[in-house]
Design a protein around this ligand. Structure first.
Ligand SMILES: NC(=O)c1ccc[n+]([C@@H]2O[C@H](COP(=O)([O-])OP(=O)(O)OC[C@H]3O[C@@H](n4cnc5c(N)ncnc54)[C@H](OP(=O)(O)O)[C@@H]3O)[C@@H](O)[C@H]2O)c1
Length: 320
């Protein structure tokens, strides 16, 4: 007999994380029975993680507590769902091999979305520290393909609130704003809530099976100078733009110890080389705003209005 309403059941790894929580909230608000696989809480669990778990439980999200090493527990969790989305933190990217093993053992998963959510790793070649970072994500993609697990790979580009916080410091406005390179390269900034929503849509969409989906709405393509000018218009302030030349970023990527050499290499890729816009999206490629014309991405203009009225908290100090 068909399961009630045929709504897919979704399991999220990393669901308590920066982007994971938006994916989980979108999943439940789009009507999917949703669970997360999360580490057991303990003295190391921060208050925001604990509060999220309370929020999730209050809306009926099932929290399965376990470690990534607990194969049988993961297999049992997978057998209860149809779709698996991983939003694990970057240091845990290769741990997704354990999820892949469990998906193979469970044998019932209709779609796996691994923890990509950034630059299109199969199309760019950034400075070595970021290249090594992306190579781990490529390894996961290749393992999924080799195991013939149905997948969707998501190129979400920049998390918008994360990068607006980083570039403009709206919480702690300075008179100066740093510009990486000449500030003219175009980047793509997508609001985290939208990334959550579109991720649930594409994970369920037959058109996105075994495909890469890029989130590149036209209204979200912007250069650093354009972003600063828009912020100046909105705040009525004027900022001194302090340029960090490309050579300085390259040098830092060579001299800083790992992992501190990764953020500067990411800044170089996105804002100096313009890697996010360095390849064309062709007619038969999948791009989220084209796939769902009835939905609207939050524009950068709207995002800056949100920063004026109810600014999203900075994620953490990875780039500071
Ligand atoms: N496009 C962009 O602008 C951008 C920016 C940042 C990140 N990203 C990408 O987005 C993805 C998710 O990153 P994020 O920043 O959202 O992640 P995050 O918040 O740092 O962490 C996500 C979750 O990973 C789990 N985790 C952390 N340490 C762990 C450990 N030692 N063992 C097992 N699980 C652990 C935690 O879940 P539990 O506590 O529930 O176990 C945590 O909530 C990554 O692929 C990252 O590269 C993209």
């Amino acid at each position: 007999m068909a399961r009630e309403a045929e709504v897919s059941r979704i399991l999220v790894f990393g669901g308590t994380g920066y982007i994971g929580k938006h994916i989980v909230r979108a999943s439940i608000s789009l009507g999917h029975p949703t669970c997360i696989y999360a580490r057991p809480t303990g003295p190391q669990t921060g208050p925001s993680n604990l509060n999220l778990r309370l929020e999730f439980r209050s809306v009926g999200i099932n929290i399965i507590e376990g470690e990534l090493e607990e194969h049988e527990k993961i297999v049992a969790a997978l057998k209860q769902v149809d779709i698996v989305i991983s939003a694990l933190a970057y240091p845990q990217v290769l741990d997704q091999l354990k999820i892949i093993d469990a998906i193979i053992a469970a044998g019932n998963i209709k779609r796996f979305v691994p923890s990509d959510f950034g630059s299109e790793e199969d199309k760019i070649t950034p400075l070595p520290p970021f290249e090594e970072f992306l190579e781990k994500k490529r390894k996961i993609r290749r393992a999924i393909e080799a195991a013939s697990i149905p997948f969707t790979f998501i190129t979400a580009n920049c998390f918008a609130a994360y990068f607006v916080n980083l570039l403009l410091h709206p919480h702690n406005p300075h008179d100066e704003i740093v510009v990486y390179g000449d500030g003219e390269a175009n980047a793509v900034l997508n609001y985290e809530e939208d990334i959550g929503k579109y991720t649930i849509k594409v994970a369920n969409d037959p058109r996105a099976c075994n495909r890469v989906v890029t989130y590149r709405p036209k209204s979200n393509i912007i250069s650093q100078h354009q972003l600063i000018s828009l912020w100046e218009e909105k705040t009525g302030r004027s900022f001194k733009r302090v340029c960090v030349p490309e050579e300085d970023l390259v040098k830092l990527s060579q001299t800083l110890p790992p992992p501190e050499n990764i953020p500067v290499s990411i800044l170089h890729s996105i804002f100096v080389k313009g890697d996010l816009m360095s390849y064309e999206i062709k007619e038969d490629d999948l791009e989220a705003s084209r796939m769902y014309p009835e939905m609207q991405f939050t524009t950068i203009d709207q995002l800056l209005d949100i920063f004026l009225t109810d600014p999203p908290e900075p994620a953490r100090a990875a780039f500071e």
